[in-house]
Design a protein around this ligand. Structure first.
Ligand SMILES: [Zn+2]
Length: 103
């Protein structure tokens, strides 16, 4: 047993090779082109229910779009202003600047 090794582990802030724990805030759903990963902690308020951010990979590297929790589909349209509208249930998210005005 070496005290030096134990101390290195205890530092805990320099372990880039360490695989992070599975992200339990992601929920896998079947999307139009395969599985998509819905971030339960990244919700955008919609009129009928929150839209959740959907990623194409569980590492959240590639943002795919939004998941409508009201009707549980990925079928929605997003414009450059940050508006999102569901094509199935017409759930609607206001533009992003609606929040920014309060900061
Ligand atoms: Zn919907």
């Amino acid at each position: 047993m070496t005290d030096a090794d134990a101390d290195a582990d205890a530092e805990g802030d320099a372990a880039p090779d360490l695989e992070p724990a599975p992200d339990d805030r992601l929920e896998e759903h079947e999307g139009p082109d395969g599985p998509l990963y819905v971030a339960l902690d990244e919700a955008e308020r919609g009129q009928k229910g929150p839209f959740l951010v959907a990623y194409a990979s569980p590492a959240r590297e590639e943002r795919w779009g939004y998941y409508c929790t009201n009707c549980e589909t990925f079928d929605n349209a997003m414009d450059s202003m940050g508006r999102v509208q569901c094509n199935v249930c017409a759930n609607y998210k206001k533009p992003d600047e609606w929040d920014a005005a309060h900061e």
